[in-house]
Design a protein around this ligand. Structure first.
Ligand SMILES: Cc1ncc(COP(=O)(O)O)c(C=O)c1O
Length: 446
């Protein structure tokens, strides 16, 4: 059990003098960064109780999900609840989960756009570059590193294994075989305001019947003629969460296939492999990986319904034996591989390793606690954020404040007219405080 502490736990943010260095170095960022004033003890205690409840509910939902689909069961222990979320662990849920790995000089609430790299990822990439510059190795000398990230990614989806995973460079091209396999005129169901890498592979085939409905109606709108539903587990624009279990039940009832983008969900959101036929995920956001590395996942029966569109040597069953005599593709989903950027693979491996060390469950509870605390603060300031149990907090209509916030060192994104904040494992309660201060100032200035 961790030592009892009732004082506010400060994360390892840069020391005051390094903040001054930051002001000098980043042009256009004003020097009025709010200081991290610890919240009062009673406020902190209230937060702790709320956090404990939230953590309990998160874990309860998680267990429900696992029990619904498999024999696995993780009992909730009172000790766990107390030590993870109770006053004994004061501040723990709200502190950075990996202070030694991250030292941002801004309040980075922008993981939904791009995650921050961990120190270990940067070190791995630097080591690789040094070896390469010296002519001692080529970046792709060690192919086992790809096996390792394939394994690591599979472990993020309950029920998946490395044989179900293909590596690629982006979500849209990984969805292309799914779109290409549909017969002309097939109905594809999409959610309104879906991220375009999910919708465009289907829309731009031009001979499919694409139907767009509000996200909350998606499951109800699946009908016998629906061939495929494509959706993000967590919406990029505003963080709304798809009820995958309900959607899966609807697609199974009508014989439709389901493709799910987990780019905004993987690492903090519980995922069950049987909940979709096809999965896609970019690693550069919540997996704190690389822009050049993305994954596709499918079980054999779903993979057998589609075919690789442009398999190269990296997808071959025996890569080096088939370099000049391409014969066989593997029976596993690896046949959808395209040759990866190995520098990105090293970066992605660092991110996946760190996420696995901390654990999806813990990251989920942490992210949701921060987001919830921020949402409550926004409401108190008179804003109307999207009410969702999500690590992404969106404030509809406030998008134009993004530049003003950036001047105060708060990095968020303007998306679809709204202002989007995202909370990940490196964020802490001081980030929430700073963003709320800036949002309060923004309110006063308009
Ligand atoms: C939900 C979602 N999917 C995918 C992507 C990335 O797509 P791609 O890899 O095609 O650039 C993003 C963000 O850029 C996203 O928010």
């Amino acid at each position: 059990m961790r030592p009892v502490s009732t004082s506010f736990v400060r994360s390892s943010r840069p020391a005051a003098d390094s903040v001054v260095v930051w002001h000098a170095r980043i042009p256009g960022v004003a020097s009025s960064r709010p200081s991290s004033v610890p919240p009062s003890r009673s406020r902190t205690q209230l937060r702790s109780i709320r956090s404990a409840l939230r953590t309990f509910l998160y874990r309860w939902n998680w267990n429900k999900l696992l029990r619904a689909g498999s024999a696995e069961y993780m009992p909730v222990s009172a000790d766990w609840l107390w030590t993870r979320g109770g006053p004994a662990a004061q501040g723990e849920d709200m502190s950075s989960l990996a202070p030694h790995e991250f030292s941002p000089e801004t309040t980075w609430l922008n993981t939904a756009s791009y995650g921050l790299p961990a120190a270990r990822s940067l070190a791995a990439v630097q080591r690789l570059h040094a070896e390469w510059v010296a002519g001692r190795t080529a970046p792709m000398a060690d192919e086992t590193v790809v096996d390792r990230i394939r394994d690591g990614f599979a472990r993020l989806i309950d029920g998946a294994s490395a044989d179900h995973i293909a590596i690629g460079s982006g979500v849209a091209p990984l969805l292309a075989p799914v779109a290409a396999a549909l017969p002309a005129g097939a109905e594809v169901l999409l959610a309104e305001n879906e991220f375009s890498s999910v919708s465009m592979p289907f829309v731009h085939r031009q001979d499919l019947a694409v139907r767009v409905v509000p996200l909350e109606r998606l499951a109800d709108e699946v009908r016998p003629e629906t061939a495929l539903v494509a959706v993000s587990a967590v919406q990029s624009a505003d963080g709304r969460v798809t009820d995958l279990a309900r959607l899966r039940a609807a697609t199974l009832a009508h014989g439709a296939r389901l493709a799910v983008d987990i780019t905004q969900a993987a690492s903090w959101f519980p995922l069950r492999f049987s909940d979709a036929d096809y999965w896609v995920c970019a690693t550069f956001k919540w997996l704190i990986g690389a822009r050049s590395v993305a994954f596709f996942a499918a079980a054999p029966e779903a993979a057998d319904l589609i075919r690789p569109l442009g398999p190269g040597w990296f997808a071959a069953a025996d890569r080096w034996a088939e370099l000049y005599r391409p014969v066989a593709l593997p029976a596993t989903t690896r046949r959808f591989d395209s040759t990866p950027d190995f520098i990105g693979v090293y970066a992605a491996l660092g991110g996946l390793d760190l996420i696995e060390e901390i654990g999806v469950e813990k990251i989920g509870a942490h992210n949701l606690a921060l987001a919830d605390s921020f949402r409550t603060g926004l409401v108190n300031l008179g804003y109307a954020p999207v009410q969702e149990n999500s690590a992404i907090v969106a404030v509809p209509g406030a998008g134009e404040a993004a530049d003003r916030l950036q001047q105060s060192g708060i990095i968020a994104s303007a998306r679809n007219g709204g202002l989007r904040f995202s909370f990940h494992l490196y964020n802490d309660e001081t980030d929430v405080e700073r963003a709320l201060t800036a949002m309060g100032e923004n309110r006063a200035s308009v």
